[in-house]
Ligand binder design. Structure first.
Ligand SMILES: [Zn+2]
Length: 224
């Protein structure tokens, strides 16, 4: 077992000093402790005000004033100095938002259902889109995201590649980026990590690859 830290620190991707964003890798915590607390701790974020949403693949986005559980929500928004946000994902896109000038920030869990329901736009309603920076974290990429015709019908063909028979491969990241740009986020303020969770077995959990027994990644964001 390696002793190198089993998480990614994305803080440097944001042009916002003190804004901190992290993502746990496979094998992050082996001692049974709470991953959200461990990851926030590892990133030197205050764990006492951790927000934990009950995710439902919805397009619901809620503003959080303090730490605690949030019902039925896949997007959480807060202001600097109030709380630390957390979500869990396994293939779905973890989206990190920060608006440097005001300190407002957010985390969104975006699978195809949430994207199809427009969760990116729902989240942007809490921001000035032209002023935010957004990172799409590790998630299942087009190479592995085979979908059937029912899902394909929900997305423009331009974000799909033809597969065998009626199957196709969806570029969900491109679909999200397109939604962000339509809402006024400049393209140079959007970054896609691009790592595929399904192909990179050593570091990532994947629901598509491992089914119900798949582990979950934790994403956290906050201000130091
Ligand atoms: Zn892949």
């Amino acid at each position: 077992m390696s002793h190198s830290p089993r998480f990614l620190d994305f803080s440097n991707h944001f042009d916002a000093l003190g804004f901190t964003a992290g993502f746990s890798l496979e094998g992050f915590s082996t001692d049974g402790s709470d991953d959200r607390i461990s990851l926030a701790d590892a990133l030197r974020l205050p764990v006492s005000e951790l927000v934990i949403p009950k995710q439902t693949h919805s397009n619901h986005v809620q503003y959080c004033e303090r730490g605690g559980d949030m019902d039925d929500t896949d997007g959480i928004i807060a202001d600097k100095g109030t709380c630390v946000l957390s979500i869990q994902v396994a293939d779905c896109i973890p989206m990190f938002f920060v608006q440097k000038m005001t300190g407002r920030f957010g985390l969104v869990h975006a699978g195809w259902r949430g994207v199809e329901k427009g969760i990116a736009a729902e989240a942007l309603a809490f921001f000035h889109p032209e002023e935010i920076f957004c990172l799409l974290g590790p998630s299942i990429q087009q190479c592995c995201f085979e979908i059937g015709p029912e899902v394909a019908a929900q997305f423009p063909e331009s974000f799909q590649k033809k597969g065998d028979g009626d199957r196709s491969f969806l570029n969900l990241q491109e679909a999200v980026i397109n939604q962000l740009m339509e809402q006024g986020v400049p393209s140079h303020q959007i970054k896609n990590d691009g790592t595929c969770t399904a192909c990179n077995r050593d570091d990532f959990h994947s629901y598509r690859r491992d089914g119900k027994k798949a582990g979950r990644h934790i994403a956290v964001a906050g201000w130091r």
